[in-house]
Design a protein around this ligand. Sequence first.
Ligand code: IPE
Ligand code: IPE
Ligand code: MG
Length: 256
Amino acid sequence: MVKKEDLLSTIDKEYLPSHIAIIMDGNGRWAEEKGQERLYGHFHGVESVRNIVEGAAELGIGYLTLYAFSTENWDRPRQEVDGLMGLLVDTIRKEVPILNKNNIRLHVIGDMNMLPAFALEELQEALHLTEGNTGLNLIMALSYSSRWELVNAVKNIGLDVKAGLIDPDQINADTLQQYLSTSKFPDPELMIRTSGEYRISNFLLYQLAYAELYFTNTRWPDFRKENLYEAIVDFQKRERRFGKTGHQIQEGTDVA
Ligand code: IPE
Ligand code: IPE
Ligand code: MG
């Protein structure tokens, strides 16, 4: 195993992904493997969130999106959903001073109408309290799904066309981007999923078009800064071609 410091020194600080998105998966199995309730895994997952947010901020990453709860996760057993909501509120309350201390601004994407009132209030308070921070942008995807987001965007574009605010002929990729809940953020360049599942699970389908995908078997509660460094080192070894040829990229002739 490479030491954390060695991994960190391998990272090219000039070529960091500007936006990292993570599907934090495997809490339930991590707990069950230890003979514990699934909520025990979610509880420990918070420690990983703290560690990774700190790691990303230290590196100077601009945007970190964490998939914390999907639209589909509402269909889990009531006890797990309630436990997760409680944990969310508790964590936000505790973390706001730390976010402020580290100049981290909190954002949230997802269907907020689905959240219980107490969770929504706590969240809005945290958004407000961190809105002046200019360091890392921490985006929590909560009650989020990409299909929900795209349907919502199309609905709003339709309304604005009807109101005469946009001309259908002028709609392009930028227009759609502006109607997404991520309109203020660049697309993720690196997407990490933990726990050995090789799927996207309704996460940022449009925005991940050219992201580098990184999958690891590590369960989320075991994921720490060194695992993040490993993912970034892997990212930095890849040739991102965006449809061009490798020769164009290597010769620098991709830039018009
Ligand atoms: C990820 O862990 C956290 C949430 C989806 C809320 P899981 O709860 O999905 O854990 P596994 O995948 O069942 O192990
Ligand atoms: C995706 O994980 C959602 C989050 C990590 C919040 P799931 O565990 O819900 O995804 P599936 O059901 O295995 O695809
Ligand atoms: Mg899962």
